[in-house]
Design a protein around this ligand. Sequence first.
Ligand code: G6P
Ligand code: MG
Length: 216
Amino acid sequence: MKKGFIFDLDGVIVDTAHFHYNSWRKTAEQLGFELTIQHNEKLKGVSRIESLNRILDWAQKEVSQDTFQQLMFEKNEDYLRQVVQMTASDILPGVFNILNKLKSKGYGIALGSASKNAPLILEKVGLSSFFNVIVDGNRVIKAKPDPEVFIVAAQQLGVINSQCVVFEDAEAGIEAANTAGMISVGLGNSDNLEHAKYVFQSFESIELTFLEQLTT
Ligand code: G6P
Ligand code: MG
C-alpha cells in the first residue's frame, strides 16, 4: 500500500522557534509582559492568531481588532527579517539525508505546517523540490490540534491516513496526527511529546528501515 510521510516545518525541518520567540517577546514587551521560554513552548505548532490570543491572555490584556491585526503584522515583519537570512545551514541534523532516502524510494512526501511562511522558508533553505505536496497555514482553516492540515496532506498525496507517518515537535501537532489516525513520531524532548507513538532526539537517530516498518 502507498505510504506517505508528512513533515511539520518549524522545529522539525528547521529550528525557527527561536525566531518566533525573539519576535513574540517584542510583542509581549509592548503589552508590558515578559514572555519566557516556557511560554514559548506553548506557542509551538500554534497558529499566528492563536499565539497572539494566548499572549494577550497571559498578559491579561485586551486590544481592539485593529491593534490585534497591527501586532500580528509587526510580529511577522520582525520574524521575516530573520527568515530571509536563512540558508541550507539552518536545516536540522539528519533532515536532508532522510528526505533524500524517502524520495529515492518514491514515497509521498508532504509538508503539514501551520505557518503561512512555509513556502518561503523551504525555498530559503533549498528544500522545496523534495515535497510532492505543501499544506500550510494559507491552505487550512482549523489550526492544530485539529487534524485538518494532515488530513488534507494525506488526501493530496493520495495515501490513506493509517499509512501516513507524521513528524512533529509540538504537542498540538502530535495530537492532530493521532486524531487523524496517523503514526506520530515526535522529534525533540520526550517531556513535551508524551502522546507521540515514538520519540527521537533528531532524524540522525532514525533509520529508513524503521520508518518503512511503521506502516503495513
Ligand atoms: C508553526 C510554529 C508556530 C507559528 C505557526 C504560524 O506552527 O510552530 O510557532 O506560530 O507556525 O507561523 P507563521 O509563520 O504563519 O506566523
Ligand atoms: Mg513545529
